[in-house]
Write a protein that binds this ligand. Structure first.
Ligand code: COA
Length: 242
């Protein structure tokens, strides 16, 4: 694998994201590699700890260079939304360690995990609307479930950035800690002592809180992916950086 590494410590799997040159932006290769890890991790009890292999970053969203080229057909494939559904459906608990910006799809990746532990470097935001698209990979419903509709509106409509302590106060993260691996390890070790079967069934029980369908988000994204507005806004981001 190129962008994802896995280190197994008994039933605790450390899933490292390693595309630091692009702030771990999720491109198709990373999505495919994460999918391969999820497929493997379903075979026997595994708690997943998702983290960046580079300190100071988490995931700066979906890869905007790829997004810019994607049209309605690609939107209907629900590339990131599908990955996050499979992550959310992982049979045993998952933990995200966030040590930097969790933006757009990066925030949605963290939202799809069972727990989020953040350092003071963490910042959470959903900037999609400034790029002419919507937060189509789960934020529209996972965010209000965690933080309430008021904060979700503020983040989604205005792109407001929540620093770690604000995210903690809002319920977006479970804990703020400086030694993220130690805290992730401690949480995973506590969970790993419990019954795997009962954990799995409890996770399934809690999943009944998700909406029956997420088809609206996928369809709406398909409409937006074909717009000139989106293309222009994404070009502006990419050209500003080059
Ligand atoms: N998609 C593709 N490339 C991205 C990216 C993304 N989501 N986020 C960052 N990058 C790339 C930049 O284009 C730059 O590439 P380059 O070196 O080839 O020019 C590289 O990562 C470093 O980013 P840069 O912006 O120069 O670093 P920074 O430290 O000034 O800022 C961020 C870091 C994360 C705050 C900033 O990159 C950012 O705001 N990213 C986009 C966030 C976003 O809108 N995400 C939502 C997508 S749905």
């Amino acid at each position: 694998m190129t962008y994802v590494s896995v280190r197994r410590d008994d039933s605790i799997w450390w899933v490292g994201l390693d595309r630091s040159a692009k702030h771990n932006a999720l491109d198709q290769a990373m999505v495919d590699e994460l999918d391969a890890v999820l497929a493997e991790a379903r075979r026997e009890p595994a708690i997943l700890i998702i983290h960046s292999t580079t300190p100071g970053i988490f995931v700066a969203g979906a890869d905007i260079a790829e997004l810019r080229q994607r049209g309605a057909d690609a939107a209907l494939l629900a590339i990131n939304a599908g990955l996050f559904e499979r992550l959310e459906a992982h049979r045993w608990p998952t933990i995200a360690l966030i040590d930097g910006p969790a933006l757009g799809g990066g925030c949605e990746l963290a939202l799809a995990c069972d727990f989020r532990i953040a350092s003071s470097n963490a910042v959470f935001a959903q900037p999609e609307l400034s790029l002419g698209i919507l937060a189509g990979a789960g934020a529209n419903w996972r965010l209000p479930q965690l933080v309430g509709i008021g904060t979700a509106r503020r983040m989604l409509y205005t792109g407001a950035r929540l620093a770690a302590e604000d995210a903690l106060a809002a319920g977006l993260v479970d804990e703020v800690a400086e030694d993220l691996p130690a805290h992730g390890q401690a949480l995973a070790a506590t969970i790993a002592k419990r019954s795997w079967r009962a954990l799995e069934l409890t996770k399934l029980a809690l999943r009944s809180r998700r909406p029956a369908t997420t088809a609206f988000d996928v369809t709406a994204q398909a409409l937006l992916f074909d717009s000139d507005d989106k293309y222009g806004r994404m070009t502006a981001f990419l050209e500003r950086r080059s």
